[in-house]
Design a binder for this molecule. Sequence first.
Ligand SMILES: CC(C)(COP(=O)(O)OP(=O)(O)OC[C@H]1O[C@@H](n2cnc3c(N)ncnc32)[C@H](O)[C@@H]1OP(=O)(O)O)[C@@H](O)C(=O)NCCC(=O)NCCS
Length: 147
Amino acid sequence: MSNIKLQYAEPQNMPFIKECIERFRLDDEDMDYRQFVVAVEKNEIVGFGRIRPHKEVYELGCVGVVEHKRNHGIGKMIVKHLINIFPSNVVYITTDLIDYFKRLGFKRIEHGPKELVEKLQRVCKSKCREGAVVMVYRKARKSEDKL
Ligand SMILES: CC(C)(COP(=O)(O)OP(=O)(O)OC[C@H]1O[C@@H](n2cnc3c(N)ncnc32)[C@H](O)[C@@H]1OP(=O)(O)O)[C@@H](O)C(=O)NCCC(=O)NCCS
């Protein structure tokens, strides 16, 4: 793992990220390179994830690891990094990988923010990812839970 570096994405990384997002059936809305971090090994992108700003909340999402590098902890590394740099203490995610994110400390919530519930209905249906839910990870509170 020490040979993997996490860094902010650059504009030229986006074609590769977009191709993976399409293949992995991830959220392809509102994609801006400044939202993404990439995991790089030997000058190649092996994974990525983003913090997507909505109107009232931020969402951790689009976590993807290239197929031949899965199950080596890269996904976990990306999620932990995004949690660390997350701009609010409440980290939302919409996902159908409920058990995966439970192990990373996320809890399922029944009533997520309206804009995330709407996104779930819109994106998860179009990507055939039925069964997706809103989950939340609460960082140690500094002051406010809101943006
Ligand atoms: C989900 C994903 C990011 C995980 O990345 P990864 O680097 O392979 O995951 P990690 O190495 O951090 O974790 C591996 C562990 O998670 C488990 N795991 C992997 N996929 C899982 C899944 N779909 N559901 C539950 N657990 C899963 C593995 O069994 C492994 O368990 P172990 O530590 O006991 O051996 C990767 O499989 C991926 O890119 N999937 C396609 C994109 C996707 O669906 N992203 C999530 C969208 S919200």
